[in-house]
Ligand binder design. Structure first.
Ligand SMILES: Nc1ncnc2c1ncn2[C@@H]1O[C@H](COP(=O)(O)OP(=O)(O)OP(=O)(O)O)[C@@H](O)[C@H]1O
Length: 263
């Protein structure tokens, strides 16, 4: 579903990457798989997410989504392809306008991409609310009248409106209370099972990612230092940085597991 192969990218003037932020990054995400990308603040996780969505051009390497090189596309092809890649951010206000009702926010991507007519879009909005466990009447509220967990559910529903094949979640539960975090993580696992999208889950928190990822890639200073199945990374970390992360992050069994997320 997603192949990031040998990607190097950075920030700099004049279109040239004078400061590489990520270097030689290779990560693969299969359909229906959740891969956690974990690393400390500033190590380059968000830069990598921007490269994957096509917003930031790498200076080396390739990103393929469903076999298509994201950075080889232009214009209409690029816009059409971007439908398949959707993002959920730490702050739902980045995607939700304070002026729109939830119903309007969920209908907007359908309207922009000319999916269906007004009636079928209304039906799809109801379906999306149900998908993320929200009552139909929540559709009439504005984001300010929702709890943090409800807002993130709306952001997830909006990201799923166009049935993407890849979901990139950038610190989606960092701002939530621990009990709400667990519910949102459970929801993501459940949705992945039902809809089979691939998911790149970005976080600084190894405890969070170990609750839902099938595999984990550990990033340090822009490089992947270790990756593998979640159980291997948490039980037998090889790289000293992964060991240090684990020592600083007690991994608790919260009842969520990648194998059977609805337990
Ligand atoms: N637009 C930009 N121009 C210049 N430097 C940038 C830009 N965006 C990010 N950086 C720098 O690139 C490095 C990596 O930032 P990035 O946001 O990718 O890391 P991150 O791991 O996502 O961090 P965080 O978890 O704090 O968001 C940082 O040193 C940051 O200051």
């Amino acid at each position: 579903m997603l192949e990031i192969v040998g990607v190097t990218a950075g920030h700099g003037g004049g279109g040239r990457d004078v400061t590489p932020v990520i270097e030689d990054v290779t990560i693969r995400v299969a359909a229906g798989e959740i891969v956690g990308l974990v690393g400390e603040s500033g190590c380059g996780k968000t830069t990598l997410a921007r490269v994957v969505t096509g917003l930031h051009r790498p200076s080396a390497g390739v990103v393929r989504v469903a076999g298509v090189d994201v950075h080889a596309l232009r214009g209409r092809d690029l816009r059409a392809h971007r439908r398949q890649i959707q993002m959920v951010f730490q702050d739902p206000y980045l995607t939700l306008s304070p002026r729109q009702t939830v119903r309007q926010a969920l209908a907007e991507p359908l309207r922009i991409h000319r999916v269906g007519d007004a009636r079928s879009r209304s039906a799809r909005v109801r379906e999306l609310l149900d998908l993320v466990g929200l009552d139909p009447q929540v559709g009439e509220r504005r984001p300010a009248r929702l709890s943090g967990g409800q807002r993130q559910r709306v952001a997830i529903a909006r990201a799923l409106a166009l049935e993407p094949r890849l979901l990139i979640c950038d610190e989606p539960v960092t701002a939530l209370d621990v009990s709400v975090q667990a519910k949102v993580l459970n929801l993501l696992c459940d949705l992945r099972d039902r809809l089979e999208f691939g998911c790149l889950f970005i976080t600084h928190d190894l405890a969070v990612v170990s609750q839902l990822a099938d595999r984990i890639a550990v990033m340090r200073c822009g490089r992947i230092v270790e990756q593998g199945p979640t159980r291997d990374i948490t039980a037998h970390p090889v790289h000293p940085y992964t060991r240090a992360l684990l020592a600083a992050t007690p991994i608790m069994d919260t009842g969520i597991s990648a194998a059977d997320p609805r337990d």
